[in-house]
Design a protein around this ligand. Sequence first.
Ligand code: ADP
Ligand code: MG
Length: 713
Amino acid sequence: MSNSLRLKAINSVAGRTVSSKAVKNCDVSAIYGEDVFNLKIMKDYLPKPVYKKLLSTIMNGESLDSKIADDVANAMKRWAISKGATHYTHWFQPLTGTTAEKHDAFIEPENDGSVSLCFSGKSLIQGEPDASSFPSGGLRATFEARGYTAWDPTSPAFIKRDENGATLCIPTAFCSYTGEALDKKTPLLRSIQAISKQAERLLACFGEKCTSRPYTTLGIEQEYFLVDKNFYLARPDLIQCGRTLFGKVPAKHQQLEDHYFGSIKPRVLAFMSEVDQELWRLGIPAKTRHNEVAPAQFEIAPLFEELNLAVDHNMMIMETLRLVADRHGFACLLHEKPFAGVNGSGKHNNWSLSGAGKNLLEPGSDPHQNAIFLTTLCAIIKAVDSHADLLRVAVATAGNDHRLGANEAPPAIISVYLGEQLADIIEQLEKGPAKSAKKGGFMNIGADTLPVLPKDATDRNRTSPFAFTGNKFEFRAVGSSQNCAGPNIVLNTIVAEAMDEISSQLENLNKKDFNTGLQSILTDIIKKHKRIIFNGNNYSKEWHDEAAKRKMFNLHNTPEALERWAMPENIAMFKKYGVFSDTEVKSRLEIFEENYKTVTKIEAETALNMAKTMIIPAAVEYQSKLVDNVAKLQQIKVTAGVASQIAIIEKIGSLLKAAEDAVTALEAGVAAVDSAKCIAAQGELRKAVDQLEQIVDDRVWPMPKYGELLFVY
Ligand code: ADP
Ligand code: MG
C-alpha cells in the first residue's frame, strides 16, 4: 500500500507544527511597531542633528548624506541587537516578483579570539549580493553579474523573527553595475517621483503651494484561501503550482453566499489574530479581516499608507500569511485561481494622491477645491483611456488569466466607474459652461453654481476593474499573488503624463481667463476620453459588444496583453518620466514572457505527472475491480446489475481514452514549448479527469477532493 505509506509520511510532516505565537489579550498599543526602526526609535537612538538630516531624507526624498550613514548604522545595530538580532540583510524585490534576502552576521573576529558586533554605514547604504541567478531580462550577463542593493530610507528597517533568533531587514533597491533597475522598487520610486513632481505643478496652477511633496497613497485588500496542510500536502498540484489542476466543484460551494462575511471559524480566527499581532509588531496597520465569497476564502486589509511603504508592507503581509498559516496547520494559497468553479482571489489596489495638505480625490466643499478635484479626476480618466492597454499588461500573469474575464472578476476590458452622481457631473462638464446660473443647468467651474459633489460613494459597482470609491480609485484587476509595484508603476506614470499635459495647458492661460480656460480643457478631455467611462455591469455580454463598438482594448490573455508592453509610444513615455529606460522596458517584456511560458510548462508537466501516475492508475484499478466482479457474476450466472456495471466499465474506458488523447496532446504541447497548445490540452485532460472523479470509487481516488479542501478545516 504505497499510497497509505505516503499519506503517513505526509501526515507526520503536517503534524510538525510550531505552536501559536499569539499573545492572549494582546496590548495592541504596546506591541505596535515594536519591531520597526521607526521615527520614534530613531529619535531615541540618534544624535539630534543626525536625526534631523535623516528625517528630511525620509520626508522630502532628499538624497542621503553619506556622512551620517555610520551614525545611523550604529544606531540601527544597537537597536537590532537589543531585539535579539544576530544578522542583518538587505531586503529587496527582484524581478521574480517575490522578496529576497541574504543574511550577514554582525560578527567581526578580534585578534584575541573574541568577537565584536559591527555594522558600518557602508554596509547599510550599499550591498553587493552576487545575484547572478535572478532574472534580469538580458540586462546583465552572468560574467558581470554584480548587482547592488541600495538602502531605501523611505521604508523603515524592521526585525524579522524566527524560532531561534532575529534578523535586521533593510529595505533596499536592487540595481546592476551600470545602474539599471533589476527590481520592482527602483522604477516604483521613480514613478512616485514623477507623479509627485507633476502633481506639484498642477497644484501650482491652482495657486496651491506644497510645503512637502505631493505623494501617492495605497490601501491594498488582500484575498487568500486557507486549506488544511494535510490535504495540501496530498495534492502535488497545490505544492507545485499553488492551484488545483483537477477537481470537480462539489454540490455545495458558494451558491448560498453563506460564507461571505460569515462568522469566522475559531481555528481561522486564531490564525487571523496571530497574523494581526505579527503585522502590528511590524508597524503594519492591519485593520480589516473577514470571510470572502468562496468557501475557505478570506481577506485582510490594512489601512492605506504612502504607496512605497504600502507595497513593501503587502509583501510582508503575504509572507506573514504563509508563515503563520503553516504554524496553524494550514497552507495559505495566494494564487489567483486555486479552485475552478468558485471565486478567485484578487488584490484591490486602492490608490489616491495627496498634496498641499489634502487628498486630491476628495470632492471639496468649495468651488476651488472642486476644481482641483475635477481636474485630478479628468487627468485620471485621460490617463486610463490613453493607456488602458498598459494597465492591462500590469495585471497580466498566467495566474490572473484564469480570473480576469471569468464571470466573477473584472473583465479584461479596462473601464472606469464613476457612479451615477459623478457621471452626471462629468456629462454636464462635457456640455460646456453654464449659460445661466439656473439650478441643474450646465456646470460652471470656479463659480458657485457648481453642484454639490458626492461626499461618499454610496453606490458601488463590484464589476468594474477601475472604480471611483468616494475619495480614491480602486484598481480591482490586480492578482492576489502579484507584487503591487508593477500596477502602480504604470498607474503613477500614466497619471503623471496626463497631469503634465494638463499643467502645460493651464500654465499658458491668462490669470483672468483661468476658469474658462480650465473649463474648456476639461470639456475637451471628457469629449475625447469619455468612452472609458462605464457604469453598468462589466460582466454582461452587452458591455463586451459595446466596448468593441467604442474600440476599446479587450486583451484576453497574457500573451495578447504583453504585445502592447514595449510599443514605441510606451517606451517613449516611460523614458520621458524617467521610470524605465528603453532596455529596462524590453528586459521586463522578456521576463514577463519567460515567466508565462515557464508557469504554463510547470503546470502542464504537473498535470501530466498526476494524470499518468495517480489518476489513470486509480481509474484502471476501479475498472479492473468491476471487470473482475462482472466475470464472477457471470460465472455464477447472475444477470441482475451486470449490464449497469458493464456500462460503468465502458464509461471509464471512454474517459480513459479521452484522458490519454489529452495526455498525448499535452506532451506534444510541452515538447513544442507551445503555451496555447498546453492550455488547450490541459483543459481537455481536466474535463476527462473531473468526470472520472465522479465515477471512480472514492476509496481509490488518489487525492483530496474540493469538498474536503474547501470545507474540512
Ligand atoms: P471596501 O472597498 O471593501 O469597502 P474600504 O472602504 O475599507 O474597503 O477601503 C479599502 C482600502 O482603501 C483600505 O485599505 C483603506 O485604508 C483604503 N483607502 C481609504 N482611503 C484611501 C486613500 N485616500 N488612498 C488610498 N487608499 C485609501
Ligand atoms: Mg474594496
